[in-house]
Design a protein around this ligand. Structure first.
Ligand code: HEM
Length: 396
């Protein structure tokens, strides 16, 4: 395994990322087909109103929790609300079906939504544990391996059930739905089989809400710790979207400070520690010939802390990402929170849009604060916050 932190070497690794033989041509066909719906701003923009609805529900739920409590706006276990927000949003976008996650009541332990959330969180936790330990599980079925497989079975079977119900509804319809959800749009593709569309939908439903929830938590924490930046963002939000007005993708394009906050938070709190690739041919890195099949790790937090690319790297300065700001010297390949190339995050645009909407709806309604020990990141496959008690004060 080789660690690489120089942007020139990172570029070399990504650019030599040929087609990975184990993944195969079939994978490329499916991925290229899905890319059209998931990577094009216009296609993704169509889902903004749905994602906005879920973010408004989240803000209303926070308000209800704050008004019911008597702890000066303190909301404990906030990440749990964010997991529900992430799953609800995915279900609406992918299946066009609300799950009803964002209610004040705890979800019933045996509800599909709660079982899915618990199984996914545990799945990634065991994934991280197995990845870090000697690979005994390759020879014997260790307890961690058994738990990992059990979680995977649970989350896949719930996703299959949800998708099955959606397919049954679609079959009963005489005309295709007017406003197609993501699954219906996949099914309408001529170059994709039913099984492939279902497989893609399962992957998206199960793999994505935790990363989005953690990223929103890191953004809120950064704003809580930097009230000036929070105020600046609030002013931008109020200038562009008065409360009560719906938000579409065009509105989001008018908010440079929001994007700058998002990037600066990723720089200091990456949701995924490493970009990784296995070399498919020999490559020269930092003057050394590194053989094909070597695993290359590109740690985001090390690169983000280099002053030659990010002056005063330890300071939180969203302004460094604004155009015309001379302090920014971010070279290509110094900042890749969603990866790069053929395997880059397929959900990037969905995730960005969802987090922007979450931030807007929360900051529009509340001043977000933080008390007590600083939040740290802990590795659970995705980086996660080690504590999640926020303080929400309603704005006048
Ligand atoms: C803030 C949230 C997210 C972050 C930081 C993130 C980050 C990443 C990164 C770094 C990769 C690996 C890319 C590479 O190796 O080049 C990845 C892959 C992937 N992501 Fe995301 N992601 C997020 C949200 C999402 C969402 C919402 C979805 C789905 C709706 C999604 C679906 C995927 C899939 C399917 C892959 C595997 C792509 C492939 O191998 O072809 N992600 N993500």
């Amino acid at each position: 395994m080789v660690f690489v932190c120089d942007p020139k070497d990172i570029a070399m690794v990504f650019r030599s990322d040929g087609r990975i033989p184990e993944v195969g041509e079939e994978w490329y066909r499916v991925r290229s087909s899905v890319n059209k719906d998931m990577m094009r701003p216009k296609s993704v923009g169509a889902y903004a109103p749905l994602q906005d609805e879920v973010s408004r529900d989240l803000a209303t739920l926070i308000q209800t929790v704050v008004r019911k409590g008597d702890s000066g706006g303190q909301v404990d276990n906030f990440l749990n609300l964010l997991h529900k927000w992430g799953l609800e949003s995915l279900s609406l976008v992918i299946l066009g079906k609300p799950l009803g996650c964002l209610t004040l009541d705890q979800l019933a332990e045996d509800s599909d939504a709660q079982r899915m959330i618990s199984a996914v969180l545990e799945f990634f936790l065991y994934f991280a544990k197995l990845e870090m330990a000697p690979p005994l599980y390759q020879y014997i079925s260790t307890p961690a391996w058994k738990k990992f497989v059990k979680c995977m079975d649970t989350m896949n079977s719930i996703a299959e059930k949800m998708i099955g119900e959606k397919l049954a509804e679609l079959r009963k319809m005489e005309e295709p739905p007017e406003e197609a959800d993501f699954l219906s749009s996949l099914l309408s593709k001529k170059n994709m089989t039913l099984d492939e569309a279902v497989m893609v939908a399962i992957e998206l439903l199960t793999g994505a809400f935790e990363s989005t929830a953690n990223t929103l938590a890191f953004n809120l924490y950064s704003l809580a710790k930097h009230p000036d930046a929070q105020q600046k963002l609030y002013e931008e939000i109020m200038a562009v979207v008065p409360p009560g007005q719906p938000i579409d993708d065009k509105v989001l394009n008018k908010m440079p400070y929001l994007r700058a906050v998002f990037k600066e938070t990723f720089r200091l709190y990456p949701t995924i520690f490493f970009n990784a690739r296995t070399l498919t041919r020999d490559v020269v890195l930092a003057g050394y010939r590194v053989p094909s099949k070597t695993q290359i790790m590109m740690p985001q937090n090390v690169i983000s802390a280099q002053p030659e690319y990010f002056p005063e790297p330890e300071s939180y300065v969203p302004e460094r990402w604004l155009r015309n700001e001379s302090s920014a010297n971010a070279e290509a390949f110094t900042f890749l929170p969603f990866g790069y190339g053929a395997r880059m995050c397929i959900g990037r645009r969905f995730a960005e849009q969802e987090i922007f909407l979450g931030l807007i709806r929360i900051i529009q309604k509340f001043h977000v604060g933080w008390d007590g020990e600083d939040m740290k990141q802990i590795y659970k496959f995705f980086n996660a916050p080690d504590r999640d008690t926020f303080i929400f004060r309603e704005r006048q």
